[in-house]
Design a protein around this ligand. Sequence first.
Ligand SMILES: Nc1ncnc2c1ncn2[C@@H]1O[C@H](COP(=O)(O)OP(=O)(O)OP(=O)(O)O)[C@@H](O)[C@H]1O
Length: 302
Amino acid sequence: MMNDFVISASGVEKSYESFQLGPLELNIEPGVVVAFVGPNGSGKTTLFHMLMDIIKPDRGEIQLLGNALGQDDVLVKRRIGYVPDLSYIEEASGRVEEVAQFHSHWYPSWSAEKWTDLSRKFELNPMTKVRTLSKGMKRRLAFSLAVAQMPELLILDEPSAGMDPFIWRTMLDEIREFANTGERTVLIATHTVEEVRRLADYVAFLYKGRLLHYQEKDTMLDKWRMFWVEQQTASGLPGEVEREEGVLTRIVTRDAAVTERALEEAGIAIVRRQAVELDEILHYMMRASVKQTVEAGTKRGD
Ligand SMILES: Nc1ncnc2c1ncn2[C@@H]1O[C@H](COP(=O)(O)OP(=O)(O)OP(=O)(O)O)[C@@H](O)[C@H]1O
């Protein structure tokens, strides 16, 4: 399996007692920022752990930066910056500058200049003992170390958790600047819509271990629409995600063009149309997934 993707996952599965991830197909091209969204327990961290080879998939194949996982791991890992959900920083001993020193030896693309800049912006005192840092400060440190590595691939698992709003803005600016060259790839798991809005080129929506949507954010914003129609229409139009009957019927669609065509063919005029905001799209995705799961369960008699 040779390709130009930064990440390529095929038929990847991982099962725990009460959770199954996959089967997952995912191809991520270089130079993009992908936001992984989805409710708690949908599998974001599990997926990142598999990418980082912290856990092994039960089935399937993952290629990272052109290498199958499990081969040349050390060399590949040196090209990846990773901010885990529970950072190893929690257990790091020594002072901030010692941890940075250690990093600089390990990662060949380490930029001392970038580290100096980030440690200043994130107010990291080189002499402070890492274990005495507050939760948010540890997060700042983990983020700064990962970015100063200047990796080809940056994987961030809820990086803003515990950060104050002021420093959060600094982090967003840094991620944007980091991704701006168009050569580096960033994966970010987040519950913050603003991070998706400001950073993402692609949105990956996970629900109960399944990748239900993987789409360019701008395409998504173009395709999702709300239509209001006067006449009653058969429900379940192509693209329809949700509807609300009233004086006018409001239809939410994830594919405006196909829904519009179906309405046209049925001779039904759209009296009003409106764009759907990103937070609403994520909300509807979530609701549609819950509904599908309940319906599938009812059919199976769960
Ligand atoms: N070692 C494990 N043993 C058993 N179950 C596990 C293990 N690790 C993860 N899980 C389960 O896998 C599921 C997915 O968890 P994961 O942490 O990947 O979700 P997430 O999308 O990152 O959630 P959050 O948004 O809360 O961070 C959860 O139900 C979790 O309990």
